[in-house]
Write a protein that binds this ligand. Structure first.
Ligand code: ATP
Ligand code: MG
Length: 404
């Protein structure tokens, strides 16, 4: 249980930093003596040094990270000592592991679950991968299936289907190096799709089934939640910046001009794909030229996403939520809504707000929420939502809703 004594022992500052393809964001929140969260600072700087989610030039990445940390330190007047980091989908891998434990007729305890969740023997230590999240999807005990929490039950053999998310060790080590130069300890590393879900979904939406489509600069990621857990994610190489580059190339514009034109004139609709393109490009008809280029990328992406989602439990389709800068494209939500025959909503992070509150910031807010569960020893890396005591989860929701 959380007590005031515990609140005083730990540092009540929670810092979340998201490393994105186009921007690096940071937020600082503080848990006050009465248990409520207070927003202290937020900053967003251009992301330099990352190229399609690999580190292209470490000095530039370091400069961007130092810049964002410095800005939030100045705003909040707090010296940042530690932070939760959200890492991009491009450095992640995902695997399903079926693990089992002989119980010999004994009762399932926390210790049995710890043993069952120990997947180290499935990870090739020689490979460049580090485990970020161990997410048990469901358990079976002898011939009983689909158990969400097997503790206190007795049986002979306990099985778990576990979703394991790993990240590139070399990427993480280089990021660690940057933060250690800044004298900031990394308290936790969170996969972007997981952090986005934490920020955008309430417990019920995670339980019943939801899919988030996050269209960023370098890529689009779908993350699917069911039974309270991130059960699947996949990254597609089409991001909004790729669309900009296609516009620049096809219309012979600079990347800056293409980006401006995309945001000003770009719209997505099935009819847009049919617009004529064989006319000279002048400002007035730029839209006729831009929309077919956008549509060819969006259609290809939509078909790839559809093929993947179609293989999953239909319940994950029940709610489709779009986020990320690319999803601000006019008409995109409506296009997907018609294409997927589902209601698709553009979701702002309804659980937190700050001066920088907008569609593109979900993942960094997820880091704050993750930090909060860590603060109360509800560490989501090993034992996650199904085991969060409902009252505590509700209290966390209550803080976010009440305070802003
Ligand atoms: N109104 C708009 N219409 C179309 N695209 C937009 C709009 N506003 C922003 N974008 C695009 O959103 C992208 C940035 O999105 P976002 O901030 O989610 O990226 P990121 O999180 O930094 O990148 P990634 O998720 O790839 O790591 C840019 O490529 C930008 O062109
Ligand atoms: Mg992003």
């Amino acid at each position: 249980m959380f007590t005031k004594a515990k609140l005083r022992i730990q540092d009540p500052t929670i810092v979340g930093v998201e490393l994105g393809g186009s921007k690096i964001t940071a937020h600082v929140y503080r848990i006050q003596d009465d248990g409520n969260l207070k927003h202290m600072a937020s900053a967003c700087v251009q992301s330099k040094g990352l190229n399609r989610h690999t580190i292209a030039r470490i000095e530039w990445l370091e400069e961007s990270i130092l810049n964002v940390l410095h800005t939030v330190e100045q705003q909040s007047k707090i010296t940042i000592k530690d932070a939760y980091i959200v890492v991009p989908s491009g450095i992640l891998n995902s695997k399903m592991i079926d693990n089992s434990l002989d119980l010999g007729g004994r009762v399932v305890t926390d210790e049995s679950l710890r043993k069952l969740h120990d997947i180290s023997s499935f990870i090739n230590q020689k490979k460049d991968e580090e485990v970020l999240h161990v997410l048990p999807l469901r358990y079976s005990l002898d011939d009983l299936d689909n158990i969400t929490d097997p503790r206190k039950m007795i049986g002979r053999k306990l099985n778990a289907l576990i979703h394991v998310i790993t990240a590139s060790k070399s990427f993480l080590n280089n990021v660690r190096q940057i933060f250690s130069h800044a004298d900031v300890r990394i308290k936790g590393i969170i996969a972007n799709p997981y952090a986005t879900g934490l920020a955008l979904l309430d417990e019920e939406s995670m339980q019943l089934g939801s899919t988030i489509i996050d269209m960023g600069a370098e890529s689009t990621t779908i993350s699917c939640f069911l039974d309270g857990v991130l059960m699947f994610f996949k990254q597609f190489p089409t991001g909004s910046h790729q669309i900009t580059k296609h516009i620049a190339r096809k219309l012979n514009l600079s990347v800056e001009a293409a980006e401006r034109a995309k945001i000003q004139y770009g719209f997505v609709s099935a009819d847009a794909a049919l617009l004529a393109v064989n006319q000279p490009v002048v400002d007035g008809n730029l839209q006729r030229h831009i929309s077919p280029i956008i549509m060819s990328d969006i259609e290809e992406l939509t078909i790839s996403m559809f093929d993947v989602l179609n293989q999953l439990d239909p319940k994950v389709w029940d709610r489709i939520i779009v986020t990320g800068g690319g999803c601000q494209m006019n008409g995109l939500s409506e296009f997907w809504s018609r294409g997927f025959r589902k209601s698709v909503r553009a979701e702002k992070n309804y659980q937190l707000s700050s001066p920088l509150h907008d569609l593109t910031l979900a993942a960094s807010f997820g880091a704050i929420k993750y930090g909060l569960t860590d603060y109360y020893n509800l560490n989501t890396r090993h034992i996650i939502q199904p085991f969060l005591k409902r009252t505590i989860w509700q209290k966390i929701q209550h803080w976010f809703n009440e305070d802003f």
